[in-house]
Design a protein around this ligand. Sequence first.
Ligand SMILES: CC(C)(COP(=O)(O)OP(=O)(O)OC[C@H]1O[C@@H](n2cnc3c(N)ncnc32)[C@H](O)[C@@H]1OP(=O)(O)O)[C@@H](O)C(=O)NCCC(=O)NCCS
Length: 162
Amino acid sequence: MIRKATINDVIAIERLEKQTFGSSLGFNFLINEIEANDIAHYFVYEINNEIIGYIGVRIYDNNAEIFNFLIKDSHRSQGYGLELFNYFINYLNEYNIEKITLEVRKSNKQAMRFYLKQGFIHSHTRKNYYENNEDAYLLIKEVEKWLFYQLKVVVMKQVLQF
Ligand SMILES: CC(C)(COP(=O)(O)OP(=O)(O)OC[C@H]1O[C@@H](n2cnc3c(N)ncnc32)[C@H](O)[C@@H]1OP(=O)(O)O)[C@@H](O)C(=O)NCCC(=O)NCCS
């Protein structure tokens, strides 16, 4: 089940972040994001009362910035990431979003492959961005206007006759 994160999820999120990245955005930061930051939108993927993944996004100025996105290592490559990501894309229809941005470590091939498959393109590189001097790739996905997209679907259905 995918649902909005609550402050009761913060311990699990922090643990997952530490397992995955070796560090976390931090307990207080996460509490503040989920409880008090109006531009922050966090969703968790829960299976049998266990949080197996989450996505954290900030929405401002027609822009959605993915802060963090992860699936527990034992649950990767089973489609959960894509499901969570598509849920989030669907949620964005409530907002007038023009682009989605994120930063990813140059060495993170698994995440890069995932994002490129979802239509992100490399915008530019932030040199020595991370604490170990690793470069960050800034990725961008342009979001089509919902109505324009719907129109394209209608036209495509007529052309393909299905
Ligand atoms: C990026 C991430 C969130 C993707 O989540 P995921 O659940 O593994 O993603 P999916 O399972 O939907 O897709 C991943 C791959 O599994 C494949 N897959 C999906 N369902 C599958 C299934 N049932 N059986 C086998 N493979 C499957 C997909 O085709 C995809 O293949 P690819 O690697 O060749 O592109 C995950 O890898 C992750 O948590 N990484 C570590 C954290 C991270 O780096 N986050 C990004 C920071 S910016």
